[in-house]
Design a binder for this molecule. Structure first.
Ligand code: ISE
Length: 339
């Protein structure tokens, strides 16, 4: 039987998940859309043929005709809605971050641990991007030798949402890099040091972080939410014997007027379109089989990203190196979390 999905949040990511579920997920049906704005919920339900549109997320989670939930509402709602799904015994794909507060993530972990199984898949979709997957495979194959450094650049055209702050560069944008670098390198972080230029021209300025890993590598991350020119994610893993870089997939190049031109998208959806599809397919498989997907991010991974983000914010505000201290990993996550 098809998995009936309840989707919470009809903003930019909610709309993207709605399209993927409706058009690209055999085995899944878009059942109900929920948004604080009834008009927005209704419009998205009509656009992708959902049976119903509602405004109360807690009621959506409990509905008999909803088997699994995708959460794409604002960041502060992610942990409480994940907890509601655990209590209802329904698998949830929760957009990143699991919470900007690591204590909230711990509550999710406690609830999941008490229930005896995993219910929460966190939407760190870059794990499903082909270029990061090849980077991880190259490292595992041994051709690069031991990993020494990983460099990351993450640029948005402008602040992703109104009211965006420098702290959110670390708690909302950087979690992608915190998670994917930890996933590729298969290690945790021990410290983070964050810097920002003194003069960012009145905008939320770039944040540059240097992280030390438990495995002894360095990870550098530049987050620039006001890069102006396009959505641009770059990365390079440097090993003892070689290096491997991400390539953004490009379908064409224009040669014209003494120039060679390639284009950037305005936001992340085209760059990571295939990763979102693969991630959402893995979620449907998780719902159908009850087996947590091998490469997916768990609540533990959500917690790990949030602990680093908190340390990054501390370092940005107070200056200096901030230690990254995590609790011991509960046994529930031993098979897919990082030791
Ligand atoms: C947004 O939430 C995302 O997930 C995007 O991938 C990222 O580029 C952006 O900075 C975030 O705000």
């Amino acid at each position: 039987m098809s998995v009936r999905i309840g989707l919470v949040g009809a903003g930019i990511m909610g709309a993207d998940h709605a399209r993927i579920v409706a058009e690209e997920l055999p085995g899944a049906v878009l059942q109900v859309i929920c948004d604080a704005s009834p008009d927005r919920a209704q419009a998205l339900a009509e656009a992708w043929g959902a049976a119903d549109a509602v405004t109360d997320p807690a009621a959506l989670v409990l509905r008999q005709d909803v088997d699994a939930v995708i959460v794409a509402s604002p960041d502060f709602t992610h942990a409480p809605l994940s907890m509601a799904c655990i209590a209802a015994g329904k698998p949830v794909l929760c957009e990143k971050p699991l919470s900007p507060e690591s204590n909230d993530c711990l509550r999710v972990i406690e609830a999941e641990t008490a229930s005896g199984r995993q219910w929460v898949q966190v939407g760190f979709m870059r794990r499903y991007d082909q270029s990061y997957a090849e980077m991880k495979a190259a490292l595992a194959s041994g051709v690069l030798g031991r990993a020494v450094m990983m460099h990351n650049f993450h640029r948005n055209v402008e602040n992703p949402v109104a009211g965006f702050t420098a702290d959110m560069a670390i708690t909302n944008s950087a979690p992608h890099e915190f998670d994917v670098a930890r996933h590729v390198l298969d290690t945790d972080y021990s410290t983070v040091t964050a810097f920002t230029p003194k003069d960012a021209g009145g905008k939320v300025g770039p944040v540059v972080m240097v992280l030390e890993t438990a495995g002894g590598q360095l990870v550098t991350i530049e987050i620039n939410n006001n890069a102006a020119y396009g959505y641009d994610v770059r990365g390079e893993l440097v090993g003892e014997k070689g290096a491997i870089s991400l390539n953004a997939p490009l379908h064409t190049r224009l040669d014209l007027g003494l120039q060679q031109v390639t284009t950037y998208a305005a936001d992340w959806r085209p760059r990571f379109g295939e990763a979102y599809r693969r991630q959402d397919r893995a979620f449907v498989d998780f719902v159908q089989t009850g087996r947590f997907p091998e490469d997916a991010a768990s609540a533990w991974d959500g917690y790990a990203a949030s602990v680093v983000a908190e340390a990054g914010v501390r370092s940005l505000r107070e200056g200096g190196r901030a230690p990254v201290a995590m609790i011991d990993q509960p046994a529930l996550y031993a098979s897919n979390g990082k030791a």
